[in-house]
Design a protein around this ligand. Structure first.
Ligand code: B3K
Ligand code: ZN
Length: 876
């Protein structure tokens, strides 16, 4: 159980401005972890050295969670007398140490009781660890901060039959048998690292092995450890790993450093995966796949997460963070790197569209709510609450803007410089930006505001065509709304890629013939001239979404249709369609859901369906309306019922008007090729299944879905048929499909999660059906994947149902959060996010959301994870 705090307790935040270097360094640490059925004993010996640069007190302060049972403490081989150490809260303070010392502590812990899944815990039949951000203090007493880098040795012992495989970071240096059926394995990691990168695994695991030869000719052994039953689900992760290793060498000149790289799949895990040095630990959902149990989306997610964790070996491990305020140094940069990798492996424009949709859906909402914070936060109560879309995805956009401003060549010089100069160190975002400045000779002072100021900048754009001269004047003004603690903002440095589109496509912007230009907006308002042109062009602005901003441009429907058809920038063609859909939803909101969708949009929709030159993946994106949450950001106070109805009315009319084209394209996309997660096939299935869903919802497509469900030879098609049936206006077939799916997959937890999720996101699901899922024998509140499949899916991906006028959706969420507070505070704190946006909603939603938030706040003892989120969003 998490040590609890009363809801009224004022929580003292940790502040960036209070950062001080540590009083002691740890040069080496020797860990002995003895795993027993009933408990675990950890003996840690730290080689300590006083930090002469530190102005800290003379005492050594170690972190150690309250549940650690201290069995013994020695200094330089002698028992430490009780007057030289003191335990208080989460710390152990030791006085009277000289310049260096060898400190040994022995503690006892109970991994089986650890449901927080932080520190050392049990997942099914195995033991594993999660130390980032502050999990290591739940394993032993230690300076649990990322700027203390040490060389780790770890000796694990356990029952040999139950735990034949014992793993830790680095290289295996010794192993052998012990008495009473036990054995040990000893690991040594030659690279100094902060304790958040420590990992340990013990279990009865099977392994898939492969190898990779690095650019300099070293052979690296690659191993994926899983439960025996999952051996047939590792190929894709292994392929992705090798592709990532090759890509990082080629694109960033980064080679892997150890002789062994291991991945372990764990079923109970708070997030996707963790980049522990040489021993990445993965959520089963982010590593295991084969065509029968995993969808295309899962295959792509695995490719990107395997790459992300691998890329951390340089951006995060070799060069790490000085403190947790620098989290985006490793996360923003690494997300940027994994996005580049995925774009290279798949359809680049589609990847960009997906990333921008995610940013707009989740990050813009975060930036506009009570939990808004800069990419580099200034303070936190619970660091786990700052693994956010702002730190990750907006952080990646910021690195992407540096890449755009510097260009590929200077950017690569800067990253080379950064990796080489800071190798083996714990550094700050400032060092990263300085490396960019030094390599490019550019002044990025104003650019740093992207790290310091929260909120999404808004750009107002106007253009004027001067017929007499043929010139176009473009005026752009920026402003950024206030965010908590930041009432006013200074202007950002914003890269804006622009083109001008004429009747037959892109026009030359000036005499030099270039058709695209990078504008740098640095003032509050700026003007640029383009031309001369012989015809009035339509500006194509912010191509490729060159900055994470909201753009306001007064395009007419005709101009948007023109951009949607002729812009050379694939992203902006999609963007123009999105704007057209928004106009249609806006009209339905203003004039009532029955008002007819404009004829040109209907015609364009049908044209897209029949365009033989358009690739399927892009077509699927172009035929999809902005999601509810994106529309929610647009019309406030939010009336979910009205927005959902308006969106559905537009969808229904578009499909009804082109039903025959939808149907014939669906037929044309049938394929008998054997399944492969290739980007061509993924695109075709995406389009086919988008159309199937339309047919089921609006054009009596159930028989098609039933047939697809029965004939599918892969999970993508099977699940798409199931969710389409669940969305059908009247589907008697949905029930049968659900039970057949359950019978088929009840013994495959990952496939079963899809079954839970399909029901939780069904447009017609009622709260009592959700309650039944929570009671289902295969559901468990202690397994985060199950919680995400049911509860997070409902509250974050079924907005039409979650936001019920009677507030019953909110109440259900609050009840689950209160239970989870005592089981797994990290997961509880993530689930509360949908309620925190209450102030943006119309009545009666607003009051109901707020009341449920208050109910959580008053439920008794809140873990600090949840307390921080609730207090911030209630304005406390
Ligand atoms: N670094 C981990 C996230 C740790 C989250 C701790 N609450 C995974 C990743 O971003 O690669
Ligand atoms: Zn990461």
């Amino acid at each position: 159980m998490q040590p609890a705090i009363a809801p009224t307790t004022a929580i003292e935040p940790t502040r960036l401005c209070d950062y001080r270097p540590p009083a002691f360094w740890v040069d080496r640490v020797d860990l002995q972890v003895e795993l027993f059925d009933s408990h675990t004993v950890v003996t840690a010996t730290l080689a300590l050295r006083r930090n002469r640069q530190s102005a800290q007190s003379l005492d050594l302060v170690l972190d150690g969670a309250a549940e650690l049972q201290l069995l013994a403490i020695h200094c330089d081989g002698e028992p430490l007398s009780p007057d030289r150490y003191q335990r208080q809260g989460e710390t152990l303070t030791i006085s009277g140490l000289g310049e260096s010392a060898e400190l040994t502590t022995r503690v006892q812990l109970d991994p089986a009781a650890n449901t927080r899944l932080e520190g050392l815990y049990r997942s099914r039949a195995m033991y594993c660890t999660q130390c980032e951000a502050e999990g290591f203090r739940h394993i032993t007493f230690y300076p649990d901060r990322p700027d203390v880098l040490a060389e780790f040795r770890c000796r694990i012992s356990a029952d040999k039959q139950a735990f034949p495989v014992l793993l830790s970071n680095g290289n295996c240096v010794a192993s052998g048998d012990l008495d009473a059926g036990r054995h040990f394995v000893e690991w040594h990691d030659p690279f100094k690292k902060p304790c958040y990168l420590f990992a340990l695994v013990a279990g009865d695991l099977a392994v898939v092995s492969d190898s990779f030869v690095t650019a300099s000719g070293r052979t690296v052994a690659l191993k994926i450890y899983v439960e025996e039953k999952d051996l047939d689900k590792c190929d894709h992760a292994m392929r992705s790993l090798k592709a990532a290793m090759a890509w990082d060498q080629q694109r960033y000149g980064r080679e892997y450093d150890l002789d062994l790289f291991m991945i372990v799949a764990v079923d109970d895990f708070n997030m996707g995966a963790m980049e522990n040095k040489g021993l990445n630990i993965f959520n089963t959902s982010a590593v295991l796949a084969n065509p029968s149990i995993a969808t295309d989306a899962t295959f792509q997610r695995i490719e990107s997460i395997v790459a992300h964790e691998y890329f951390h070996n340089w951006s995060g491990n070799r060069v790490t963070c000085r403190d947790w305020f620098q989290l985006s140094l490793k996360e923003g940069f690494t997300v940027f790197r994994d996005a580049q990798f995925s774009a290279d492996m798949n359809a680049a424009v589609v990847k960009r569209i997906e990333d921008v949709s995610l940013l707009r859906t989740l990050q813009f909402a975060e930036d506009a709510g009570p939990l808004a914070h800069p990419v580099q936060p200034q303070s936190y109560v619970e660091i786990n609450n700052f693994y956010t879309v702002t730190v990750y995805e907006k952080g990646a956009e910021v690195v992407g803007m540096l890449h755009t401003l510097l260009g590929e060549r200077a950017f690569r010089q800067a990253t080379d410089r950064y990796f080489e100069h800071y190798d083996g160190q714990a550094v700050t975002i400032e060092e990263f930006v300085s490396a960019m400045e030094e390599a490019s000779g550019r002044d990025l002072q104003q650019f740093r505001q992207w790290y310091w100021q929260a909120g999404t900048p808004e750009l107002d754009c106007h253009w004027q065509w001067h017929e007499a001269t043929g010139m176009v004047t473009l005026t752009v003004a920026q402003q950024c709304p206030p965010t908590p603690g930041q009432a006013t903002k200074v202007p950002f440095h914003i890269p804006i890629r622009v083109g001008m589109v004429g009747a037959n496509g892109d026009l030359a912007l000036s005499a030099d013939g270039a058709t695209e230009q990078l504008l740098e907006l640095t003032a509050r308002r700026q003007q640029w001239q383009f031309g001369p042109f012989t015809e009035p062009p339509v500006p194509s602005l912010l191509r490729g979404f060159s900055a994470p901003v909201k753009l306001h441009v007064d395009y007419s429907e005709e101009q948007l249709l023109h951009l949607a058809g002729c812009d050379s920038d694939g992203f902006n063609r999609w963007e123009a369609m999105q704007q057209l859909y928004q106009l249609a939803v806006h009209a339905a909101l203003a004039q009532g859901a029955d008002s007819p969708v404009s004829a040109p949009l209907v015609a364009r929709f049908e044209q897209l369906l029949n365009d033989p030159h358009l690739d399927a993946a892009t077509a699927a994106q172009l035929l999809t309306l902005p999601g509810e949450s994106e529309l929610f950001e647009r019309w406030q106070p939010i009336d979910p019922e009205k927005i959902t109805a308006a969106r559905n009315s537009v969808r229904a009319q578009l499909v009804a008007a082109s039903a025959e084209s939808v149907r014939s394209r669906y037929y044309a996309l049938q394929s008998d090729q054997p399944y492969a997660p290739s980007s061509d096939q993924i695109g075709q299935r995406a389009l086919k299944n988008t159309l199937l869903r339309y047919l089921c919802e609006f054009a009596q497509g159930e028989p098609l879905a039933v047939a697809q469900f029965q004939q599918a030879d892969n999970m993508t098609d099977q699940l798409a048929a199931l969710t389409a049936l669940l969305a059908a206006a009247d589907s008697s077939a949905a029930g049968a499909a659900l039970s057949s799916f359950y019978q088929q997959w009840r013994h495959e937890p990952l496939a079963l999660n899809l079954w839970f999720r399909a029901q939780a996101t069904a447009p017609g699901v009622e709260p009592q059906q959700l309650r039944a899922l929570l009671q289902h024998p295969d559901f468990s509140l202690t397994n985060p994947n199950k919680v995400r499949s049911v509860v997070a899916a409902y509250a974050m991906a079924n907005l039409g149902q979650f936001h019920r006028r009677d507030g019953s959706g909110y109440q259900l969420l609050a009840e689950v959060i209160i239970q989870l507070n005592a089981i797994n505070p990290q997961i509880a704190a993530r689930l509360v996010v949908p309620l925190t946006a209450w102030a943006k909603f119309a009545e009666p939603y607003r009051t109901a959301m707020r009341e449920n938030l208050a109910a959580i706040g008053n439920c008794g003892e809140l873990a600090k994870d949840l307390a921080e989120q609730v207090e911030k969003s209630l304005g406390g």
